[in-house]
Design a protein around this ligand. Structure first.
Ligand SMILES: Nc1ncnc2c1ncn2[C@@H]1O[C@H](COP(=O)(O)OP(=O)(O)OP(=O)(O)O)[C@@H](O)[C@H]1O
Ligand SMILES: [Mg+2]
Length: 255
């Protein structure tokens, strides 16, 4: 059975997708078989791996609506051992359709049960909201990683996210836990960035990964080439930071 980790923060643009794509590719390069689940109708993780649109016959929407088995929708990526369950803007429709479905919080969990034996890790890229898609991501996961951007307002919304996680834990999925917080877009020359990092560490003692992701042009450029950073500029600081994060996740996992 795979370890399922959801990357979640309802704040937009904090580095969730960048973290999922790059952590997944490094976990794969470290010998793990990894599936990325693109749970965001923006489909940024799908394009971040350079999956050509014409290769996508079906995506998460078709899987959630029951018309396609997830094994049929999974595609390979440009990274060996790393696979993706792709998304498309259609997925926004699932959020509406699920409203009237019984046990709607469990739909992704049920899907992932069908493929879980095929992978060591499943990483879920959540959308920037706390709606039904994200709830499905939290319910399907055993662990949650929260990317936090080192900017003013970084902590805003985190208490709401933690409350939501607690509700999921109490009412639906008792085994889900926060694995850690990843600081993203950190600029060591910027005082505000340092202060926010300190504030986050104060608020989440023992939970903040030592691997801090720097603000890096290379990390921002890589998706435009449809490549994880390890295939674009593996020598950059951003690449090293994501490799360190993957190693830390393996260590917490007991590998
Ligand atoms: N460490 C970084 N340095 C520089 N730019 C970054 C970094 N991480 C992410 N970015 C850029 O910031 C933007 C937002 O990142 P990303 O898409 O990963 O965030 P997100 O939380 O997934 O966004 P959304 O909430 O819309 O899904 C993107 O343009 C991305 O390329
Ligand atoms: Mg995203």
């Amino acid at each position: 059975m795979a370890s399922v980790i959801a990357f979640c923060n309802q704040k937009g643009g904090v580095g969730k997708t960048t973290t999922v794509v790059n952590t997944a590719s490094y976990l794969a390069s470290l010998g793990k078989k990894v599936l990325v689940v693109d749970l965001d109708p923006q489909a940024n993780a799908t394009s971040g791996f350079g999956v050509p649109k014409e290769n996508i016959k079906a995506g998460l929407y078709e899987c959630l609506s029951g018309s396609v088995h997830p094994k049929e929708a999974v595609l390979g990526t440009n990274t060996e051992n790393c696979f993706i369950l792709p998304s498309s803007p259609d997925l926004a429709g699932a959020a509406v359709e699920l409203i009237s479905v019984a046990q709607r919080e469990f739909k992704l969990f049920e899907l992932l049960q069908m493929v879980s034996d095929d992978y060591d890790f499943i990483l879920i890229d959540c959308p920037p909201s706390l709606g039904i898609l994200t709830i499905n991501g939290l319910v399907a996961a055993q662990k949650i990683i929260i990317p936090v951007q080192c900017e003013y307002y970084a902590l805003e919304g985190l208490s709401q996210l933690l409350r939501t996680i607690l509700l999921v834990k109490e009412h639906i999925s008792p085994h889900v836990d926060v694995m850690g917080v990843v600081l993203t877009m950190h600029d060591k020359r910027n005082k505000l960035s340092q202060e926010v990092a300190e504030e986050v560490r104060k608020n989440f003692p023992g939970y903040v990964f030592q691997a801090v992701i720097p603000r890096s042009v290379s990390l921002a450029e890589a998706p435009s080439y449809g490549k994880p950073i390890m295939h674009y500029k593996w020598w950059s600081q951003g690449a090293q930071a994501y490799k360190d994060l993957a190693i830390a996740i393996l260590a917490l996992h007991g590998n």
